[in-house]
Ligand binder design. Structure first.
Ligand SMILES: *Cc1c(COP(=O)(O)O)cnc(C)c1O
Length: 368
């Protein structure tokens, strides 16, 4: 663990983001809040507890059964729903899904078979994911007849929730784009089900990129992840989503040195080409700061990351004497959306990656 370096998570900003999402994007939709990967690096337990008790979110999504089980065990007194989206290990965890009220999102025929054959799943909703072109998980159009036969054999006339996942919703909308093609295929799947007298009670397809561009909102549910943590998912310069970043990365200054032009420092002996001050920060790639951030200019600090990012520290360079002292903390990013955006542009990383990379050595501190 670190002491002066920490990720400060402002949960009241999460609430604001949820309110903004509901008010301006999706007043009619129910939210399935994606909190996989430790709530995109922010701490799954705290994010879940707060958004359930303070912001009215009732359904949460994670990738693996173990993530869901962790949530249930951490917060046994809260009656939230939690859905597992990809790594189900359905058969192995047969008895635990129902016991812990965890809902598997079934993504192939075999899983639908297991789910319906075993009374262990009886009390859970039937949720099925369809593949509409992402070709990752999900039941495809050409397996639909097999699914329909299977459901009929089990005398199932209604699916609780059907969904699909969009592969390219982060790209700016075009009339003939992949998202349009996927939405069309999803409609076809719905028609085919209806034709065969199989109804569905709810549906979803929109992730952050889609929601930001107001697509897929005709379904009953939406599944935002990234946008609720603050960053925009869509690749546009134009700001479509005006959420606040819910975290602030505070970093302690370990040392400030004066170096002359020609002197070297750190791994690889980076050579300075001018006199200046080197500010040594208590954070490195061992804390999840990518080495691809080397030489990034941080506009909000008016300082440049100089040389390689080391495992436990990195260096900022200033030509003039910085108005900072050893022990001070500076922020690598804060609520201002622009700051993390700049880190993404400089490093060629996506905000998802920057946020989920922050390791457990960096303590999370919560403000409400
Ligand atoms: C992670 C995930 C989401 C959320 O995606 P964002 O881009 O973070 O909004 C939605 N649906 C599924 C199936 C996911 O796995």
């Amino acid at each position: 663990m670190r002491s002066g370096t920490r990720l400060i998570v402002d949960l009241s900003l999460l609430k604001k983001n949820i309110e903004l999402l509901k008010k301006e994007y999706a007043p009619e939709n129910e939210i399935i809040f994606m909190i996989k990967a430790d709530a995109y690096g922010h701490g799954i337990e705290q994010v879940l507890e707060y958004s359930f008790t303070e912001a009215g979110i009732k359904i949460f999504g994670v990738a693996s059964f173990e993530e869901a089980l962790f949530c249930r065990k951490a917060l046994p007194e809260l009656d939230f729903d939690i859905w597992v989206f990809s790594d189900l290990a359905l058969f192995e965890n047969k008895s635990n899904y129902q016991k812990y009220k965890i809902t598997p999102v079934l993504h192939d025929i075999e899983q639908v078979e297991i789910f319906n054959k075993n009374i262990e799943f009886k009390s859970l909703p039937l949720v099925i994911k369809f593949n509409t072109g992402m070709n990752r998980l999900g039941i495809s159009e050409d397996e639909l007849s097999e699914l329909i036969i299977l459901l009929k054999n089990h005398n199932i006339k209604s699916i609780d929730h059907i969904m699909t996942h969009l592969s390219s919703s982060y790209l700016p909308k075009r009339s003939d784009d992949m998202t349009s093609a996927q939405l069309l295929r999803f409609e076809k799947i719905k028609e085919e089900l209806k034709k065969n007298d199989i109804s569905f009670k709810a549906s979803s397809c929109a992730n952050s990129g889609a929601i930001e561009q107001k697509r897929g909102l005709e379904e009953s549910h939406i599944r935002p992840g990234l946008m609720l943590y603050g960053p925009q998912s869509t690749f546009t310069k134009k700001r479509l989503w005006k959420g606040s970043l819910i975290s602030k990365l505070e970093v302690r200054i370990l040392k400030i040195s004066t170096l002359k032009s020609g002197e070297t420092f750190g791994y690889g002996n980076t050579r300075l080409s001018e006199d200046g001050y080197l500010i040594n920060l208590a954070i490195g790639y061992g804390d999840g700061i990518s080495t691809s951030l080397q030489n990034t200019y941080l506009k909000h600090l008016d300082l440049q990351i100089k040389g390689r990012v080391n495992m436990d520290m990195l260096f900022l360079f200033s030509k003039t004497k910085p108005k900072l002292s050893v022990g001070d903390q500076i922020t690598l990013w804060s609520e201002d959306y622009q700051q993390i955006q700049e880190l993404c542009e400089a490093s060629g990383r996506i905000p998802y990656e920057i946020l989920t990379n922050i390791t457990q050595r960096v303590p999370r501190v919560y403000n409400k």
